[in-house]
Design a protein around this ligand. Structure first.
Ligand SMILES: Nc1nc2c(c(=O)[nH]1)N[C@H]1C(S)=C(S)[C@@H](COP(=O)(O)OP(=O)(O)OC[C@H]3O[C@@H](n4cnc5c(N)ncnc54)[C@H](O)[C@@H]3O)O[C@H]1N2
Ligand code: MOO
Length: 415
């Protein structure tokens, strides 16, 4: 769309909807090359290939109970049977139950040949040489069949699956010590602003603690990226350019905050424009209106987010996170969305899609979206309480309490 904001000597800005800018950012990179990693290093990474089981699960008939392996035909209340053998878990012998006898067996031990049923110890007198049968079970009870869970060669996980604890357990059980995953995107974070000082340093008048860097680094790590550097520079174009080039050499993506608006010292804007690759964007959203994208000399993408802490948080969610998930190789790069009832009346600016921080209240069963922190982009106080973003469409200016609203669920779901 043609720029409507140029004027007063300001550089040209492309005007986009949120979806248009998200699509433009997503097009900046694809999944990174596959690498082979140890299972212990695979959590949070996306599989580069389908994975098949190397074994049957269970690999042999196994007992689901501590008790006695029996022939169902020999089970009668009051019968007393010889205990021919004892098979604990880990016993690798091939054992056979003689006719009219039983074999004591433990949970997870191989069921002896000839036995078809496991009688739990609670239904016996617990004898070790001879055992009295106090109760019976159905034929076949408590025997886990070979391959009933997973068969050899079955596809157990697919390319693009992000590996949570359940998947790691499955990979181990199916015999995989290593897996092919996509490399994790290396992310560098650069905060800009002469007012910024490190957390812990006492503030002088005009100074604030640098919070976007730690926030974005945490968000990138939670998205599955490897954060290689978090740095802060003053509002100096040369310092920004030097930092960008240095960080770009070690990262797959550089994320900056601050200095992309229309201020006299908006140096990220100036640095990206000076290098000739930058595009300034006015996104029809709140927060997150001023954005910029660029590329370093080696092609490394730079995503420049606005400096207000809530703006950088929301911008990361809707622009940076999907790109990182794509580079990670995840099949599904977007957060889950759901419909919730608005807890209160909401106002939204005309012509801007609003993403309002909220907490989902599930106490009534169906989700209710409770706004937290207000719409101001500087209101950090409630950020930690938000686990969702209410997504108010660009053309909607009013939502009544109780109305359904679309919500982006910020909780992690890979586990
Ligand atoms: N005349 C106009 N002024 C502004 C406009 C506009 O359209 N016309 N847009 C406003 C909007 S919307 C936003 S968002 C901000 C974004 O501006 P910048 O990206 O250039 O950000 P800064 O000016 O550098 O900082 C904004 C704000 O955030 C604080 N900040 C910055 N970095 C950090 C950090 N790392 N940690 C904590 N806080 C940070 C900074 O101190 C400012 O208060 O522009 C509006 N202005
Ligand atoms: O776009 Mo700004 O992010 O509204 O505060």
């Amino acid at each position: 769309m043609a720029d409507v904001l140029a004027g007063a000597g300001l550089p040209v800005r492309t005007v986009r909807t949120l979806d248009e800018h998200a699509a433009a950012v997503l097009a900046l990179a694809g999944p990174l090359a596959p690498v082979r990693v140890r299972l212990a290093d695979a959590r949070g990474r996306a599989l580069a290939v389908d994975v098949r089981s190397a074994v049957d699960l269970p690999p042999w008939e196994s007992s689901a109970m501590d008790g006695y392996a029996v022939r169902a035909a020999d089970l009668h209340v009051g019968a007393v049977l010889d205990v021919a053998d004892d098979v604990p878990a880990g016993d690798t012998r091939v054992v056979r139950v003689p006719a009219g006898a039983v074999v004591r067996i433990m949970t997870g031990a191989p069921v002896p040949d000839g036995a078809d049923t496991v009688l739990p110890v609670e239904l016996t007198d617990g004898g070790t040489r001879r055992v009295r049968i106090d109760g019976v079970v159905a034929a076949g009870a408590h025997v886990r069949r070979r391959g009933e869970d997973v068969g050899t060669g079955d596809v157990v996980l697919r390319a693009g699956d992000v590996l949570g604890p359940g998947a790691i357990g499955l990979l181990a059980a199916t015999g995989h010590a290593h897996v092919e995953v996509h490399a994790a995107p290396r992310v560098a974070v650069l905060s800009t602003g002469s007012e910024l000082v490190a957390p812990g340093v006492p503030l002088r008048h005009g100074q604030i603690h640098e919070s976007n860097g730690p926030q974005l680094a945490a968000a990138a790590a939670a998205a599955g990226a490897e954060v290689v550097d978090v740095r802060c520079v003053t509002d100096d174009v040369d310092a920004v350019r030097a930092a960008l080039n240095d960080l770009g050499a070690r990262a797959d993506v550089v994320v900056t905050t601050g200095g992309v608006s229309v201020g006299a010292y908006d140096v990220v804007r100036d640095a990206l424009l000076a290098d000739g690759t930058g595009e300034l964007v006015h996104v029809r959203m709140q927060p997150g209106k001023p954005q910029a994208v660029g590329a370093l000399a080696d092609g490394t993408p730079v995503l420049a987010l606005p400096g207000n802490p809530v703006s950088s948080f929301v911008s990361f969610e809707v622009f940076v996170r999907p790109l990182l998930r794509r580079m990670l190789g995840a099949r599904d790069v977007h957060r889950r969305t759901l419909s919730a009832a608005a807890a209160e009346d909401l106002r939204s600016p005309a012509g801007r899609r609003q993403l309002l921080r909220a907490r989902l209240d599930w106490t009534g069963g169906a989700p209710v979206a409770v706004p937290v922190g207000g719409p101001g982009s500087h209101l950090l106080g409630a950020l930690a309480r938000a686990d969702a973003l209410i997504d108010v469409p660009q053309d909607v200016t009013h939502v009544a309490a109780g109305d359904p609203v679309a919500v982006i669920d910020l909780r992690e779901h890979d586990a």
